[in-house]
Design a protein around this ligand. Sequence first.
Ligand code: ATP
Ligand code: MG
Length: 570
Amino acid sequence: MSQPVSDATPPDAAPVRARDFIREMVAEDVAAERFGRQIATRFPPEPNGYPHLGHVKSICLNFGIKEEFSGRCNLRFDDTNPETEDIKYVEAIKNDIRWLGFQWDEELYASDYFGKLYEFAELLVRKGSAYVDSQTSEQIREARGTVMVPGTNSPYRDRSVDENLDLLRRMRAGEFPDGAHVLRAKIDMAHANMVMRDPVLLRIRHAHHYRQGDAWCLYPLYDFAHPLSDAIENITHSLCTLEFKDNNDIYRWLMRECGIERPPEQTEFSRLDLEYTVMSKRKLLRLVNAGVVEGWDDPRMPTVSGLRRRGVTPEGLRDFVTTAGVSRKPQRTELATLEHAIRNDLNMRVPRVMCVVRPLKVVITNYPEGQVEQLDAPSYPHDVPKTGSRPVPFSRELFIERDDFMENPPKKFFRLAPGREVRLRYGYFITCQEVVKNSAGEVVELRCTYDPATRGGDSPDGRKVQGTIHWVSAPHALDVTLRLYDKLFTVPEPDAGEGDVLELVNPESLTIVRGAKIEPSVGKDPLGSRYQFERTAYFISDPLESKPGALVFNRTVTLRDSWAKAQAQK
Ligand code: ATP
Ligand code: MG
């Protein structure tokens, strides 16, 4: 018999499909051997804050391309601003990239290129392509013109090469105070692109740099340092966000003027922005400094460290940015998209446990006093490819969720009510026989009976109950604190308007619940363990807030999936 012929491509020969316009471009460049060298990208953060979700997008793109096209990716600290940068941010950035599961080829610092950048500056001066301007910064700003009005030439624009070189060397030697002179590219003060109106390349700053100390008093501007740092590192694809679109002209101008062969090329993509939060280190720093949050790693922050403390996994974050995609269309991603990715990831990997958030006591009147039995509860549902179980103690006194009982239930309420029977998850059927109230008329205890024949959750006589509720054994439960997080801002685009974002902070972004009751099995787990609290939400135990015998859990995300619902309705 002849083999059936299949026209399907065997899986290992399947073409690598480009997922976005940048990967498509890189694939073409690789095929055409366009750069004549290995593909190289870089992730270039300024060490002035902690990485946020926008950086995750950039990290996944740059490191993802390195992996997919057998290239290189450098971690380059764009540390050319002595006033705002700090070694603690360098460490945080390295830590977060590693945690996300990426490894850079080289760890580099733009400030280590100050010497090389200075040599490029002299080269430009010698070519007559740069000059020393001695106007004040205000005069320079005024002479730039506007989009409608061309700028005017500086009176220092036609200085001789020798004079420029002499001044530049003396600037370098520290002879002048801050602001006395700057080095500018000599391009065109009437250029349609304002960035090209003789941009400033070097400025004098007598400031202490966290890495270079006092070695330099000449500091390069972004438009000078960034393109040439790419060139120095033999980068091929310099990927950045759309706000640098206008800077592409100066990028190419510098490559030409400095004689860079097969220069790197800049390509822009849209930033990741997320509803109900802000996404820039500078804006996030304001929240930290104003004390609106407890720090960069506050679980309400859109930072990698905040999301980690919130219980999100690296895979969850990577899935999220993959879903958000890479394009040139500016947009704000829905918060539901992030929550959906987190939920999907945690669903497949975390064990289920029972935790009662607002406890109501239940006494099983026909259960023998002092008796305890260990029920075997599976830790994962059957549709999750993980197995395992834990013992859950059952005894005469239990706690159930206050919300799972109603004295006068409406029609569709299928949980506990006077005279009603429900299933205790993994346990027995119980029936509410009596409601005990305090002098204020509040329900303080339910007296119930159980059916011993229903152990494990089924009745041998085929009797059905409509509700299944979670519970814990009162004498065995651990007392825990829950930190419930909500949106950090009250509006989807807090930084869109003119007003101060601090006034839009959600006053209810954190609710602390004390006295929640959790099953004892979690007591043996290491801090930082993640769970699904059945019927409630995903949580992680917080290593910083927890104390021995007093666990604190952060709510990662609720179980309700509004995103999937919205997709289904589309
Ligand atoms: P700052 O507020 O100080 O400008 P930032 O949050 O913009 O900080 P940078 O250090 O300027 O961060 O950016 C480092 C890299 O990350 C850059 O390549 C930048 O294009 C990219 N990046 C920054 N924000 C986003 C974002 N929201 N989406 C995608 N990439 C981003
Ligand atoms: Mg930036």
